[in-house]
Design a binder for this molecule. Structure first.
Ligand code: IMP
Length: 181
């Protein structure tokens, strides 16, 4: 599959994602029983993961989508915006940030810092994917679906320059179409 200048090949099929999502939800159902957590899925990337995950969450919970961004193209710009969209009071709440992918961890660290400042009771993160640099930096992600190397992925909510979020499987970039010529 070609998107703009990059070629992608199927990497994690939808069936494998479904199984992993069910596994993660089961852990949350167990760990957050009687805690009424507030899920904060980070838009846009986590919309598909959050929807599938929350269908498997069987405990009472709240959901509030939030937004922030540090990416442009395939490289982190390092520029961070503040968290927007959390309309409910998060004071004294058990918060679970829902991310599509944690790469440098800059986005997540900034969100966690902001939420702690708002007086949250607990702040944890769940991410479907985690890249090598997040592991090296020991970014605190309590629940992780799949660990990746330093590869660029797309699909299941993740994009390349705004494209590709709609696919139900996850693809990874192989080589640029420029190189392929
Ligand atoms: P971080 O701040 O470097 O951890 O970047 C986190 C955000 O960058 C994610 O929520 C994604 O939106 C985006 N991102 C990081 N890696 C990828 C990728 O491989 N494909 C698509 N988006 C990515």
């Amino acid at each position: 599959m070609k998107i703009k200048d990059l070629e992608f090949k199927k990497f994690i099929p939808a069936t494998k994602i479904d199984d992993k999502v069910a596994e993660l939800a089961a852990q949350i159902n167990h760990d957050y029983k009687d805690k009424t957590p507030v899920f904060l899925p980070v838009l846009n990337g986590s919309f598909m993961f959050a929807a599938d995950l929350l269908k498997e969450v069987k405990i009472p919970c709240r959901v509030s989508f939030v937004k922030t961004s540090s990416y442009s193209g395939t490289m982190s710009t390092g520029q961070l915006k503040t968290l927007i969209g959390h309309d409910e009071s998060l004071f004294n709440q058990n918060i679970l940030i829902v991310e599509d992918i944690v790469d440098s961890g800059l986005t997540l660290e900034k969100i966690i810092e902001e939420l702690r400042g708002l007086g949250a009771k607990s702040v944890e993160a769940i991410s479907l994917l985690r890249k090598k640099s997040a592991r090296e930096k020991k970014i605190d992600v309590k629940y992780v679906g799949f660990d990746l190397e330093d590869e660029f992925v797309l699909g299941y909510g993740l994009d390349y320059d705004g494209l590709g979020r709609n696919y139900k499987d996850i693809y990874k970039a192989t080589r640029s179409t420029e190189e392929a010529k």
